[in-house]
Ligand binder design. Structure first.
Ligand code: GUN
Length: 291
């Protein structure tokens, strides 16, 4: 079997186009332009790339982008003061603090200082609780993007066996909640899971979010299963020349493709959907703020 490739890049382009239509209507009918504030503390190169990309796509969708770049030694109280200002700024409908933060800052405190209505990451404890109890929540962007691709591919997910590998607050836990909400039977596996291969082999849906390059080989995958690869890992690529690198997922793409029914590629799978969902969440936050 050769798996169908789930084209996250094309899907994300459609989501962004829908967002742009909504933004045009909000401007024309209500005179409102949604605004997204992104806060970056420090100079982590990967975070800089993500933040630049978020800003660019926000503007391309017709929204306002406000970037706040703070030095790595910014104090907790200065960061909280900025968040307070953004919470009360009527032009800002969504607030995202790029993670990870430098070690001296308390991530939980910072995230929970964001107004939950503006929490477009869905990381605030209120949104976590709303999602966990099946209420209307702001949903974290990466798992939301994964769910949209799964629903698009399968229609109903009801009754399917899903294994989420990884238990992070950003991806693993909310992904499991979303799959449960769609009536899957969900297992969360992680680094201490015994017989991980056997657990994964039972799954109709595998979501890999561990951050370990090519950790999941094809012989862990049940024939015909759908594989959603959240990993984005940069590895050496000596075959491309000295000092060259390439991006790989958490799944070994070549061998998984031989067994799976469908798979998301890296790059071009989950990654583009994350930012598209961030834009969609910003429009949602703007609509909720304006009744
Ligand atoms: N760092 C890695 N992924 C994310 C994300 O989805 N949101 C934020 N704020 N930081 C991240």
């Amino acid at each position: 079997m050769t798996a169908q490739i789930i084209d996250g890049k094309a899907f994300a382009a459609r989501v962004r186009a829908d967002v742009a239509v909504h933004v045009t209507r909000l401007k024309a009918d209500h005179g409102i332009t949604p605004g997204l504030a992104v806060v970056l503390v420090g100079e982590d190169p990967a975070s800089q790339v993500y933040v630049r990309s978020k800003g660019k796509q926000t503007v391309e969708a017709g929204m306002n982008s406000y970037e706040h770049k703070l030095s790595a030694d910014t104090s907790q109280s200065d960061l909280l003061t900025l968040i307070d200002q953004l919470n009360t700024d009527p032009a800002v409908h969504g607030i995202l603090v790029q993670l990870p933060l430098p070690g001296h800052l308390n991530e939980d405190l910072v995230i929970n200082a964001i107004d939950p209505v503006k929490d477009v990451d869905g990381f605030h404890i209120s949104n976590v609780g709303l999602l966990g109890t099946g209420q209307k929540a702001m949903v974290p962007c990466t798992p939301l993007g994964c769910l949209m691709m799964l629903r698009d591919h399968h229609g109903s997910l009801s009754g399917m066996d899903a294994v989420v590998i990884g238990r992070s607050n950003i991806v693993g836990k909310p992904m499991a909640q979303l799959l449960l909400g769609d009536s899957c039977t969900v297992t969360i596996a992680h680094s201490r899971t015994k017989n991980l291969a056997d657990v994964v082999r039972l799954a109709d849906i595998v979501v890999a979010a561990v951050g370990r390059p090519e950790m999941v080989p094809g012989d862990w995958i049940k024939p015909g299963a759908t594989v959603i690869d959240v990993g984005i890992n940069r590895v050496d690529a000596p075959e491309k020349g000295a000092d060259k690198t390439r991006l790989v997922g958490d799944c070994h793409f070549a061998s998984c493709t031989e067994v799976a029914g469908a798979i998301t590629p890296v790059p071009g799978g989950v990654g583009p959907m994350t930012i598209a969902c961030l834009l969609a969440n910003t429009v949602t936050a703007c609509c909720r703020a304006n009744g």
